[in-house]
Design a protein around this ligand. Structure first.
Ligand SMILES: Cc1cc2nc3c(=O)[nH]c(=O)nc-3n(C[C@H](O)[C@H](O)[C@H](O)COP(=O)(O)OP(=O)(O)OC[C@H]3O[C@@H](n4cnc5c(N)ncnc54)[C@H](O)[C@@H]3O)c2cc1C
Length: 401
């Protein structure tokens, strides 16, 4: 496997959990960016069921913050009152909308479980590969070659392997950056996530678990801004950024402070024209990149991992070739629809909301109000975000392979 991101580690672990020594799994990654992942992720209930089956859910749940409710607002910064246009609550049985987990915590837990399950983790990049009917020869940066049945390209949105396989990419960069940081605040968040649509882009305050941390009241921030404005904020330094934060947080959480420096991440939308090539499967952002406003990119990647693992395990158990065109075609059929749908939906929402035109604002506020009052429409959005419908892969329904 090329790339040691979260979906890729989950895929490797799923194979070893299901097949044990019958399959050898090697993950090559030249190294995650220094300082770890600055993001925190809203992990859907379905993705969490998968983590449970993989044996890491119990430990992670202790470090996770359940999102009990999410409120969406569309007011301007200068508005004295910020009305709530749309609110999603968790299930009446107490199931939260999602669980917030810091990326570094999620990665560390999967890395440790992979080591226990004897997934080989190597610090190296995949430099080239050549597939034929018998297998695929994968060469790393030091020139060492391994012969495998299947190469999984999980090397991110700007995947070199996708390009080398001749798979086209349809997409574009947003002229926005996501500024990401952890913030501490005076008052408890009560497990409520806030999505504030502003003209520069969505501003999300996502609750984090507090117990055992230096500060009990913490949230993860995803502050989307037009690129030039984001660069100006970064250049001005932490004091200017903190002042900007205070305006955007409003008074609800009391005094706010940056716990970590703001990190800027580029944003884009894109879809691979195909998710597979001979003996190669694209997984995670290498197959699809979506705007983080719905917090679904990682969940989508975990869905890929669950589906590919299901097809590979099924083939190995039947004594079939796990890298065959038939296995890969089934994987692609399973995953394309959800990826296309989410890329389209998040792109449309970003266009609709990153906009300050008065008629557009009036129409979208009317739309949000209508969705809030129409139980069916709201249920549809909540179900899509939860990700565990009938078509979901077995692991996402909580079933072992
Ligand atoms: C601001 C922001 C907030 C987000 N919030 C959420 C959220 O709340 N919920 C959610 O579900 N999703 C969220 N996402 C989306 C999520 O972060 C991504 O979908 C996910 O991290 C993609 O994982 P990946 O492993 O596919 O790619 P990446 O995380 O990009 O990992 C790719 C890996 O491949 C390695 N690599 C590169 N080239 C090679 C090579 N040649 N050989 C070997 N390895 C290589 C890299 O070192 C890297 O480790 C967010 C995204 C952003 C930008």
């Amino acid at each position: 496997m090329a790339g040691g991101g979260i979906p890729s580690l989950a895929f490797g672990l799923a194979l070893r959990r299901a097949l044990g020594a019958a399959v050898a799994v090697t993950v090559l990654d030249p190294g995650r960016p220094s300082g770890g992942d600055p993001r925190a992720f809203a992990v859907s209930p379905a993705a969490f069921r998968m983590l449970d089956v993989l044996g890491v859910g119990a430990t992670l749940r202790r470090q996770a913050q359940p999102i009990a409710a999410m409120t969406i607002t569309d007011s301007r910064l200068e508005d004295a009152v910020r009305p709530e246009y749309l609110r999603f609550d968790g299930e009446p049985d107490g199931q939260p909308l999602a669980l917030m987990l810091e990326g570094s915590v999620l990665s560390a837990s999967l890395v440790s479980a992979c080591r226990d399950a004897e997934v080989r983790l190597e610090t190296a990049a995949v430099a080239s590969f050549a597939a034929d009917v018998a297998g695929v020869a994968v060469t790393d940066g030091a020139g060492a070659t391994r012969q495998v049945s299947l190469l999984v390209a999980a090397d991110g949105a700007r995947s070199r392997l996708r390009e080398a396989a001749g798979i086209g990419w349809t997409g574009r960069r947003y002229r926005q950056l996501a500024l990401v940081a952890t913030v501490s605040h005076e008052h408890p968040h009560g497990g409520v996530a806030v999505q504030h649509f502003l003209p520069g882009g969505p501003f999300a305050i996502l609750p984090l678990a507090g117990p055992g941390r230096a500060h009990p009241h913490r949230s993860s921030l995803v502050w989307t801004e037009a690129e030039s404005e984001a660069r100006r904020l970064l250049a001005e330094g932490p004091e200017a950024a903190t002042a900007g934060l205070r305006d955007r947080f409003g008074p609800a959480l009391g005094a706010v402070a940056l716990d970590t420096p703001l990190r800027a991440l580029p944003l884009g939308v894109g879809l691979a024209r195909r998710f597979v090539a001979p003996r190669l499967a694209l997984l995670g952002d290498a197959a699809h990149e979506i705007h983080p406003l719905a917090g679904q990119g990682l969940n989508l990647g975990l869905g890929d991992a669950a589906a590919l693992a299901e097809h590979v395990v099924g083939a190995v158990r039947l004594g079939l070739d796990p890298g065959s065109d038939e296995v890969l075609a089934r994987y692609q059929t399973d995953r394309r629809f959800e990826a296309v749908a989410l890329a389209g939906l998040t792109d449309a929402l970003n266009r609709l909301f990153s906009n300050d035109s008065l008629p557009v604002r009036a129409l979208r506020d009317l739309g949000l109000g209508l969705v809030d009052r129409a139980g069916g429409a709201k249920g549809f959005f909540a179900e899509e975000a939860a990700g565990g419908g009938r078509r979901a892969p077995s692991l996402m329904r909580g079933e072992a392979l």
